[in-house]
Design a protein around this ligand. Structure first.
Ligand SMILES: CO[C@H](O)c1c[n+]2c([nH]1)[C@H](O)[C@@H](O)[C@H](O)[C@H]2CO
Length: 460
């Protein structure tokens, strides 16, 4: 297959999942419950009363699933560790069976030549830590660093890429401001403190990784979306700038510039605390990549993981507090079943924005994908042309950023499997591979075959 857009020779092609969304059996072998186990079992919190109790049964079926990844030709697989499997109380004694599951998964991947990218935290905080205040507790960064060290010591000889936290913004805003996701709080005084503790947790884990002599690369995965004014009025332009600070810069400015965006103090008003300069210095603490040379950005991370799905089209709205802005979908624009506009140019824009604002750090697209109402399988394959078109267009958009100098190292499709889509349960399908929890059959979609060819051609 000749490809219009040829990627660099060592470009990393992967797919991504997370523990609570695919593993099932969240309490097996001594694991402790997470806030998502509690949240999903709280009536009214998740569509159709769905839970992650079975999900894709990956905890039992992981060898079969790794074989599927190898069939697709994946060069890497991004997955998360369920903190509560390894430390059932969130801290203290290690649950050997829980840690052993992840050791066996990593070894199965390596046997197939698939590089593991481990996300240490993908939203499933041990409930025992939540009962001690969770991310609101100033001790939470230390809890996280201690947990991270258990994984570093056990697996850093075999894991080349580590992500500390998946989308601290989503942990903070849907988790503590609008209450859509676990733990379902709605408190503007809590959100900025949670965000701060998440950034400190990232920095403490990176510092622990360095002090242990970590030989590989460690980064943070953030959700990013360009913010465009719905029309060029001063009010809409100001609203887009506020939403840009609120979503895109809240975490990256402290990490790379050592300061929070000034807009946040205005947005949160009295709810925005005074943060210690020493904390901001710690978050930005200079670190040299052990794989060669200082990044020169004075930043406590080796790479940025970008989770890109769409852009924000923004209109000022004084009724929507604290932001005074709402995201709208343009009429007649192609959208996914999540209601998100399909907007590939936003990926190019996002990657070049990172290059321009944060010193062109190494970057991986750690999530990109789309939910559509896939038709049932035909002749053993699910025809999902919309997803094929989505992936092709976004791969070309990623390539356009590469051609303009973005230091893009890899791309992970979200997701390998149809899985538990948080508050939407199993009503949304993002997978390259269809999975229906009742029968657990794995059925490839046309997008899986498309991606297999992209990997073979190293281009699209
Ligand atoms: C605005 O979308 C976010 O970037 C985002 C989208 N997604 C995510 N973050 C999460 O990392 C995944 O667990 C979700 O399953 C996935 C699909 O919803």
């Amino acid at each position: 297959m000749t490809s219009e857009a040829a990627f660099p020779a060592n470009f990393l092609w992967g797919a991504a999942t997370s523990a609570y969304q695919i593993e099932g059996q969240p309490l097996a072998d001594g694991a402790g419950p997470s806030i998502w186990h509690r949240f999903a079992h709280t009536p009214g919190r998740v569509a159709n009363g769905d839970t992650g109790d079975l999900a894709c049964d990956h905890y039992r079926r992981f060898e079969e699933d790794v074989a599927l990844m190898a069939d697709l030709g994946l060069g890497a697989y991004r997955f998360s560790v369920a903190w509560g499997r390894v430390l059932p109380e969130g801290r203290g004694s290690v649950n050997a069976k829980g840690l052993d599951f992840y050791r066996r998964l990593v070894d199965a991947l390596l046997e197939r030549g698939i590089a593991p990218m481990i996300t240490l935290y993908h939203w499933d905080l041990p409930a025992a830590l939540h009962d001690r205040g969770g991310w609101l507790n100033p001790d939470s960064p230390a809890w996280f660093a201690d947990y991270a060290q258990v994984l570093f010591r056990a697996l850093d000889d075999r894991v080349p890429l580590w992500v500390t936290i998946n989308e601290p913004w989503v942990v903070t805003v849907p988790g503590y401001l609008d209450g859509e996701l676990a733990p379902g709080h709605r408190d503007p005084f809590e959100a900025p403190r949670v965000a701060h503790h998440l950034l400190l947790a990232h920095a403490e884990a990176v510092a622990a990784y360095r002090s242990l002599g970590g030989r590989h690369r460690i980064g943070l995965a953030v959700n990013l979306e360009p913010q465009h004014p719905a029309s060029p009025t001063p009010e809409n332009q100001a609203a887009a700038r506020r939403r840009d600070a609120f979503i895109n810069r809240w975490f990256l400015d402290p990490l790379y510039l050592g300061r929070y965006p000034a807009e946040l103090a205005t947005i949160f008003g009295a709810a925005w605390p005074e943060f210690a300069d020493a904390d901001l210095a710690r978050i930005r603490s200079t670190s040299d990549s052990v794989l060669g040379g200082s990044l020169g950005t004075g930043c406590a991370t080796d790479f940025i993981g970008v989770n890109y799905y769409s852009r924000g089209l923004v209109r000022a709205d004084p009724n929507t507090q604290p932001l005074g802005a709402i995201r709208i979908s343009p009429e007649n624009a192609p959208r996914t079943t999540m209601g998100w506009e399909v907007y590939p140019p936003g990926l190019t824009e996002t990657l070049l924005w990172i290059k321009e604002h944060y010193g062109n750090p190494p970057t991986y697209i750690t999530e990109n994908g789309a939910a559509f109402d896939d038709p049932p399988p035909a002749d053993g394959l699910v025809p999902d042309p919309e997803r094929v078109d989505y992936l092709r267009a976004h791969l070309r958009a990623a390539h356009a950023a590469l051609e303009q100098g973005a230091d893009l190292r890899g791309y992970f499709v979200w997701s390998l499997f149809d899985n538990f889509e948080w508050a939407q349960g199993y009503s949304q399908r993002f997978g390259l591979i269809r999975v229906d929890p009742p029968n657990q059959a794995r059925i490839l979609k046309a997008s899986a075959r498309f991606y297999q060819n992209v990997i073979r051609a190293n281009g699209v």
